[in-house]
Write a protein that binds this ligand. Structure first.
Ligand code: ZN
Length: 171
């Protein structure tokens, strides 16, 4: 089984809270500011909070890139909120791409909604289009069951086999 503690970033003050995995469902609160963690509602992220929040959370972080004017986004929102209420060991976040254009640009978001899944700073999943509820469930289940030690090993292996020289074309 996985480690017995998980770090969860506070949506308000961004402090990393170390919480026993067995108690994730017991309404944990931030040790710094008292804000409820994992309260079942998606966390709104912006350019200032995104890196810290995702980087300080060990649990899978699902991010919905959306915009208020986007019909498919509005259609997906209830599906997403229901999943957020259901999975107490996964963090759900939203990024308003109208307000956070640089953040959307940094991840190459070209159409919305786009769903991404991060875990331990690794992008596990990125797909444009509103997922049906059962497809979203599959993505979440996969992200939870992944052996992250193995994922990190594979990334390290890829990086060490990549060419290390200066590949810039000579002109
Ligand atoms: Zn806090």
């Amino acid at each position: 089984m996985a480690e017995s503690h998980a770090h969860v970033a506070c949506p308000a003050c961004l402090k990393a809270n170390r919480i026993p995995v067995a108690r994730l469902g017991d309404g944990p609160k931030c040790g710094g500011c008292g804000t409820p963690l994992l309260d079942g509602k998606p966390v709104m992220l912006d350019e200032q909070s995104f890196d810290a929040f995702v980087g300080r959370t060990d649990l899978p972080v699902v991010v919905d890139f959306w915009a208020p004017w986007c019909g498919p986004c509005r259609g997906f929102a209830p599906v997403y909120e229901k999943a957020s209420e259901t999975h107490g060991d996964v963090v759900f976040a939203k990024v308003n791409t109208d307000e956070q254009q640089e953040l959307a640009g940094a991840f190459g978001i070209r159409s919305i909604p786009t769903l991404m899944v991060f875990r331990e700073k690794v992008i596990l999943f990125q797909q444009a289009g509103a997922l049906p509820g059962n497809a979203l469930e599959q993505v979440i289940t996969q992200a939870k069951s992944l052996d992250m030690a193995k994922v990190h090993q594979e990334i390290a292996a890829q990086q060490s086999s990549a060419p290390t020289g200066d590949d810039a074309p000579q002109s």
